[in-house]
Design a protein around this ligand. Structure first.
Ligand code: GDP
Ligand code: ZN
Length: 299
């Protein structure tokens, strides 16, 4: 028995990276019988226990518990369901563009909430910084830093910033997220260098030339670490939950325990510790306003 990582899925075949190479696996019958939700039963990033049968063929015996979940929201009928795209991702690089198109703080906040709700570390990446004066960004960089989030500044035209991005990605399992046109593909291309291996192509010679429709797949980074490349990233809806919004504004969350009312919305209630802190300048007005806006949008 071997431990492995599901690096890509195709119908009922799962490519699993193990210490002896990539095995093409099916599911053990018993697991098949138990499965309820076919689409999210096994996803890329899942850790599994496999047995090698012959050559590069194997069978998945067991699925290990998921440490994190990278989700998007899908609508079925009138219900909103969470659809797991990948598991065990360590960090989401939330890419936004400082110009063409210009970012909206609220959109970045929603990506943060979505990451936190899956247990994943969000990292805010302001891209295309070659197009503006960095000093114009100060206030919005602080908006995120004050809340405890890492911020990086990138431009595909500035080599130094790409080295910084590589440092962030090194030895981590990451995914890029953000609206379309912000430069995700360009950034991924600039970190790939020439010798990057599409992990799932290793030891898969029989499939050569055949068109395979893959859901998502991992890239091994030449300097250590992996990046998930998922075609479904374009314009997917993020998962919004009240608790996670609150968790992404830690200062407000901490203060709210001192509000008179447990369910204080920090807008009109008397004896509100959050608004007191706002009046005293202990809380940034921008942070407060965006928090209120985000909470309202959930209702
Ligand atoms: P994606 O949709 O997020 O994958 O965005 P793309 O990577 O396709 O980039 C969208 C457009 O922005 C392309 O025309 C890129 O050339 C351009 N772009 C991406 N990164 C940068 C950058 O750092 N600086 C500038 N000036 N343009 C960029
Ligand atoms: Zn309050």
């Amino acid at each position: 028995m071997l431990k492995g990582l599901v690096i890509n899925t195709q119908k009922n075949i799962y490519n699993v990276k193990t210490e002896i190479g990539v095995l093409r696996c099916t599911l053990r019958g018993k697991l098949l019988k138990n499965r309820q939700d076919i689409t999210s039963f096994i996803v890329v990033g899942d850790e599994v226990i496999v047995e090698k049968l012959q050559n590069d063929i194997g069978i998945i015996l067991e699925i290990c518990e998921r440490k994190t979940k990278f989700c998007r929201e899908v609508t079925e009928g009138n219900k909103n369901l969470e659809h797991i795209i990948a598991s065990n991702i360590e960090q989401v690089i939330i890419v936004c563009s400082v110009k063409n198109p210009i970012y909206h703080l609220r959109a970045i906040d929603r990506f943060i909430v979505s990451a936190i709700s899956g247990g994943i570390k969000p990292i805010v990446c302001f891209n295309k910084i070659d197009l503006i004066n960095q000093s114009d960004l100060e206030s919005d960089i602080n908006y995120f830093k004050k809340r405890g989030f890492d911020v990086i500044l990138t431009s595909v035209l500035l080599k130094e910033s790409i080295s910084e991005l590589k440092e962030v990605l090194k030895n981590k399992i990451s995914v890029f997220s953000g609206s379309s046109g912000v430069g995700k593909s360009s950034l991924i291309n600039s970190i790939k260098e020439e010798n990057i291996a599409k992990t799932n192509e290793v030891g898969d010679s029989r499939k050569k030339g055949k068109h395979t429709t893959t859901s998502s797949l991992f890239y091994d980074l030449p300097f250590g670490g992996m990046v998930l490349d998922t075609p479904g990233l374009r314009g997917f809806r993020v998962v919004d939950k009240e608790d996670e919004v609150k968790n992404s504004f830690q200062d407000i969350q901490d203060l709210s325990q001192m509000c008179k009312f447990n369910d204080c919305s920090h807008t009109v209630e008397p004896k509100c510790a959050v608004r007191d802190a706002l009046d005293n300048g202990e809380i940034d007005e921008k942070i407060y306003k965006n928090y209120i806006r985000l909470m309202k949008s959930l209702k």
